[in-house]
Design a protein. Structure first.
Length: 215
């Protein structure tokens, strides 16, 4: 399943990215960029090797938005802290066979042509919050009521129209960008108001009856 998602998802996502305006540029950093991303229009594509942290920081600062398939991606966390819009794509659908595709179609209010074709070639697939490993149910209690999700735009990977329109809004719609900026600021303020991490761990240790020592 992990191999199937690892191999298949980039092709679906690349088909969505091709629908964005022609002035959209795509930056990929690293040596292992999947082939479907490398096949995006050459005039819009920027492939860079792994780089030192300061160079990575500068490139992130110059970006208009970040797109991720992993809920707790470090790049998304850094984008929030640097006040850069981010979108997270996950999948909540378990699609065991082709017969189950219509159920997904109904829940999403209609599958786009690329998503429908992709599903037909890729089933079975499992839900995931950390592509391609899954861990959808594992992360459920961690994300319930978690303000982190309010600080980023979220879409279902199989919601073709939702992903494309959401990315366009994230890049070009001032109201969307302003709303997300407010949500990011609220989340960062809430994080900064938390007690120091060592105090949280010490309190948990005391509740558990574990011995502790002065720091």
């Amino acid at each position: 399943m992990i191999t199937r998602l690892a191999d298949g998802v980039p092709g679906l996502l690349a088909s969505y990215l091709r629908r964005l305006p022609s002035n959209t540029h795509f930056l990929f950093i690293g040596q292992h960029v999947p082939a479907p991303f490398r096949a995006l229009p050459a005039e819009q594509l920027h492939l860079l090797p792994l780089c030192p942290p300061d160079r990575y920081h500068a490139l992130l600062c110059a970006s208009d938005a970040v797109l991720s398939l992993t809920t707790n991606a470090v790049t998304v966390i850094r984008a929030i802290l640097m006040d850069i819009p981010a979108m997270l794509l996950t999948n909540r659908f378990r699609v065991p066979d082709a017969a189950a595709i219509e159920a997904v179609d109904g829940e999403l209010g209609g599958l786009g042509p690329a998503a429908r074709t992709w599903l037909g070639h890729t089933v079975p697939i499992e839900p995931f919050r950390l592509w391609p490993k899954g861990l959808h149910a594992f992360m459920e209690p961690l994300l319930k009521g978690n303000g982190y999700l309010d600080a980023i735009a979220r879409r279902e990977l199989l919601d073709e129209e939702g992903v494309v329109s959401g990315l366009e809004a994230l890049l070009h719609d001032p109201a969307t960008r302003d709303r997300l900026a407010q949500d990011r600021a609220g989340y960062v303020a809430a994080v900064e108001a938390l007690p120091p991490t060592y105090e949280v761990f010490a309190a948990a240790a005391r509740r558990a009856g574990l011995p502790s020592r002065a720091l």
